[in-house]
Ligand binder design. Structure first.
Ligand SMILES: Cc1cc2nc3c(=O)[nH]c(=O)nc-3n(C[C@H](O)[C@H](O)[C@H](O)COP(=O)(O)O)c2cc1C
Length: 194
């Protein structure tokens, strides 16, 4: 199953539209809308709880459900607009919740990370108002995927310069879709498996 991790806040998100055009090409998917989830950042209490559960190897605990879902996915599409040279805070909170040693990664005797995720590829879909800068968004996710989670390939799918005065954001978005061999359907739920 393809997991679609949707970190787009706006109802008419261009990033979400680009991601759905990609998903239409990839096939049926399960969607996780991060802004509809009761995600909470790690704090002292939750770190202590996580440490206690991991010391008992209780990987089935409720707080690890997002990590289990991520580790089990066959392919992952993650959508997030460029915000403040990075991605929305809700995605960072999600990453804090899935980065669980024993579920998405483990450490070898030499102390090196060994990925435990099933997916062979992660697509990172993003749009930006100005030029797209991958340094603190895509590059971070690619490092996590390839160096920690065991996902060998990460690809950026992007549309940029959407908010520049005088530019036509619809034309730019459709040109970007065409460049990736994608087309958009009007039905947002097409291909949705749940
Ligand atoms: C909170 C916020 C921060 C943003 N920061 C940047 C930025 O650092 N660089 C940039 O080029 N665009 C930035 N933008 C513009 C968005 O990346 C752009 O409008 C994007 O297409 C929005 O995606 P969406 O339509 O999926 O919401 C920002 C927009 C918002 C709302």
């Amino acid at each position: 199953m393809i997991l679609y991790v949707n970190a787009c806040a706006r109802p008419d998100s261009r990033t979400d539209r680009l991601a759905r055009a990609l998903l239409q090409k990839l096939g049926p998917y399960e969607e996780l809308r991060l802004y509809d989830e009761p995600l909470r950042p790690m704090d002292a209490h939750r770190i202590a709880l996580r440490d206690a559960l991991l010391s008992q190897k209780d990987y089935g605990a409720e707080m690890f459900r997002y990590a289990r879902q991520f580790a089990a996915a066959e392919q992952i599409v993650l959508s997030a607009p460029l915000w403040d040279l990075s991605f929305p805070a809700q995605l960072k909170i999600y990453l804090e919740n899935i980065f669980v040693t024993g579920i998405v990664t483990r450490y070898s005797e030499a102390g090196l990370p060994v990925g435990l995720c099933r997916a062979k590829k992660l697509y990172y879909v993003s749009t930006s108002g100005g030029p797209y800068d991958p340094r603190f968004g895509f590059d971070q996710l690619r490092a996590m995927a390839t160096e920690n989670f065991g996902i060998p390939e990460a690809e950026l799918v992007k549309a940029e310069l959407l908010d520049i005065d005088g530019c036509d954001p619809e034309a730019i978005l459709h040109k970007a879709m065409a460049a990736y061999g994608l087309t958009e359907t009007t039905d947002k739920e097409d291909g949705h498996a749940t």
